[in-house]
Design a protein around this ligand. Structure first.
Ligand code: GTP
Ligand code: MG
Length: 227
């Protein structure tokens, strides 16, 4: 198959995956941060469990879909991987609208990427929904010898911005799924807060938001059937 055939086939399967209507909720998530901090690597680790040390800078924006389960609810995550390069900023910020959660990433070996976090946070405030939840991810924590940004400075900045904080490594698979799980949890918490009482019941928001998020459907238990 030639390159165009391959691209069409990929688009086709992506289209199929994303048009699957069989889910209880769909959360749109965005990964943002300076170029080369590891956004694409982070998404590939989470969605496909792969990692490559080659750097192919993202052009524009792309997404992957992953379905997770919380209680017996099927949650489809549409995860958008944005280009960090400045020249794509107009395109990428157009996708902030409607995003329920952000992973704002910097690289612990790159001071500039850490200094830019405040600007990224401002972009979120400017272009996204007020209730969007954010996790600050300090990536490449496997590179301890080249660390420039301390864990404490990362955590302090996250506290100041009101974000949760994780040190992560796409390479060594540290805190990758945990970051997504926590983001989904805080989005669910926010939804429950916003749609309290009857409204929440009517929309079927999970009441037990502390339940663990998994990749597998809940095993039906005897007596689960409501009929
Ligand atoms: P843009 O698409 O330009 O915005 O960059 P990006 O943030 O998507 O960065 P990308 O995922 O392409 O990673 C940049 C480089 O960092 C690549 O060479 C990756 O292999 C490497 N990298 C990503 N994550 C890690 C990590 O956790 N540890 C280490 N050691 N290297 C990483
Ligand atoms: Mg990228």
């Amino acid at each position: 198959m030639d390159l165009y055939g391959k691209m069409a086939a990929t688009q086709d399967s992506k289209q199929k995956e994303s048009s699957d209507q069989n889910f209880d909720y769909m959360f749109k998530l965005l990964i943002i941060g300076n170029s080369s901090v590891g956004k694409t690597s982070f998404l590939f680790r989470y969605a496909d469990d792969t990692f490559t040390s080659a750097f192919v800078s993202t052009v524009g924006i792309d997404f992957k879909v992953k379905t997770v389960y919380k209680n017996d609810k099927r949650i489809k995550l549409q995860i958008w991987d944005t280009a960090g390069q400045e020249r794509y900023r107009t395109i990428t910020t157009a996708y902030y609208r409607g995003a329920m959660g952000f992973i704002l990433m910097y690289d612990i070996t790159n001071e500039e990427s850490f200094a830019a976090v405040q600007d990224w946070a401002t972009q979120i405030k400017t272009y996204s929904w007020d209730n969007a939840q954010v996790i600050l991810a300090a990536n490449k924590c496997d590179m301890e010898d080249e660390r420039i940004v301390s864990v404490d400075s990362g955590r302090l900045l996250a506290d100041q911005l009101g974000f949760e904080f994780f040190e992560t490594s796409a390479k060594d698979n540290i805190n990758v799924s945990q970051t997504f799980e926590r983001l989904v949890d805080i989005i669910c918490d926010k939804m429950s807060d916003t749609l309290e009482g009857d409204a929440a019941l009517a929309t079927g928001i999970p009441s037990d938001t502390n339940a663990k998020l998994t990749d597998n459907p809940a095993t039906p238990q005897p007596g689960d059937c409501s009929c």
